[in-house]
Ligand binder design. Structure first.
Ligand code: NAD
Length: 367
């Protein structure tokens, strides 16, 4: 393990100790002497966590996309560079290739992924490789093949190699035209009409099946549209909410492929990464949803986002295209999500509202 890894782990240990102590102070007002003893215990516990972190080996499949780029960096800060193996069919164009292990892997090639399980014996696997909603509609059979067989390959190998935890993301695309539009609940009518949504809903059922039938600890979140500045989005229906920031800064205008009033659930990437790791860190007996958790950040329309951007770039103008196929997809999705199970089971709470994410996007894209 490198010196920088030890440093990062020590900082993480200290953070955990401080967090535990803060939590403890909020929860109780026990006698000072007892508090003193507990404090030592709470510092000792993070040190044990630290040791545990150093024993984890994590494989991220599909590591070079919008989410993987940020997830790998964060996981490496927590677990150390050498303990997080990035895998993709594309060469990484960010710093993972310099800092730590990277492997070319096609998740559709079972023998190839088996080689990775065999070489690294991962304790955790994150499967991010997928074709997203808009791209999936252009190539439905490939989307089904990648999203479904990639998942089944990984679930089978996780069983064979006794991987402790598997993470696989689902999406709000599992909902369809007959799902409730507002505060869409965890359990409701689900009739997705995109191949992406169909594959995600089927994937959720497989995750729950592997958990119930074989005891595999597989965890999942239904991400809303994710907004980030580090890596380009991968071809989803909510990508406008990223392009708009780039164009606002570069050109002072943007042409949206979604209509002015199309309200969709969104989330800032920092929240998404934190929530994902919080779910993976939660004790197994607290995970009551083994299909995929509803997960909410903030909902807005293109015109509301434009108004927020105008607070920083007053001359920014927004126009709209007609008949973009992504509008049909957006029309079938919820406007907002009820994430009560995530809040109750593992304490989920978003931190970024529209104002905060707008400030952060503009600040970072200006750099
Ligand atoms: P992305 O398209 O940006 O990245 C996917 C990565 O997978 C790419 O680097 C690609 O090269 C890689 N990949 C593709 N085929 C592969 C294969 N056969 N073998 C190995 N790697 C392969 O996607 P993302 O936005 O990072 O999304 C990751 C996951 O999160 C997906 O399952 C997606 O459905 C889900 N999700 C994303 C969002 C979002 O807004 N980004 C929202 C909901 C759900």
């Amino acid at each position: 393990m490198k010196g920088s890894d030890v440093g990062m782990l020590a900082v993480r240990g200290l953070q955990l100790a401080v967090n535990q102590f803060k939590r403890f102070n909020q929860l109780t007002n026990l006698h000072t002497k007892y508090k003193y003893f507990i404090t030592f215990y709470l510092i000792f516990l993070p040190l044990l966590n630290l040791k545990k972190n150093m024993q984890e080996k994590i494989v991220v499949l599909g590591s070079n996309g919008q989410i993987g780029t940020e997830l790998v960096t964060t996981l490496r800060k927590i677990y150390g560079d050498d303990n997080v193996v990035a895998c993709d069919i594309r060469r990484p164009d960010y710093d993972i290739k310099n800092s730590a292990p990277f492997e070319f892997v096609n998740v559709l090639d079972k023998e190839m992924i088996k080689g990775i399980f065999h070489k690294y014996r991962p304790t955790q696997v994150y499967l991010l490789a997928a074709l997203l909603s808009a791209t999936g509609e252009q190539n439905p059979k490939l989307a089904w093949d990648l999203n479904m067989n990639g998942l089944l390959n990984v679930l089978d190998l996780a069983l064979e190699y006794k991987t402790a935890k598997v993470y696989w993301p689902s999406s709000i695309a599992v909902f369809g035209p007959n799902s409730p539009k507002d505060h869409t609940s965890q359990y409701c009518v689900m009739d997705p009409n995109t191949v992406y949504g169909i594959s995600k809903l089927a994937g959720e059922r497989w995750c729950e099946y592997y958990n119930q039938k074989y005891g595999l600890d597989v965890r999942s979140i239904r991400y809303p549209g994710l907004i980030s500045w580090k890596a380009a989005p991968g071809g989803g229906t909510t990508d406008y909410a990223i392009h708009i920031f780039h164009d606002a800064l570069k050109k002072g205008s943007y042409q949206s492929f979604l209509n002015a009033g199309t309200e969709l659930p969104m989330m800032y990437m920092d929240d998404a990464i934190r929530g994902t790791i919080e779910l993976m860190d939660a004790p197994a007996d607290q995970i009551s949803v083994r299909s995929s958790y509803n997960f909410a950040g903030v909902s807005f329309t293109p015109e509301v986002l434009a108004a927020e951007i105008r607070k920083h770039i007053p001359d920014f103008t927004l126009t709209y295209t007609n008949n973009d196929p992504r509008q049909q997809i957006a029309n079938s999705w919820p406007r907002s999500i009820d994430d009560g199970y995530a809040a109750k089971d593992w304490g989920w709470k978003p931190e970024f509202d529209l104002s905060k994410l707008t400030i952060d996007m503009l600040k970072n894209l200006k750099k």
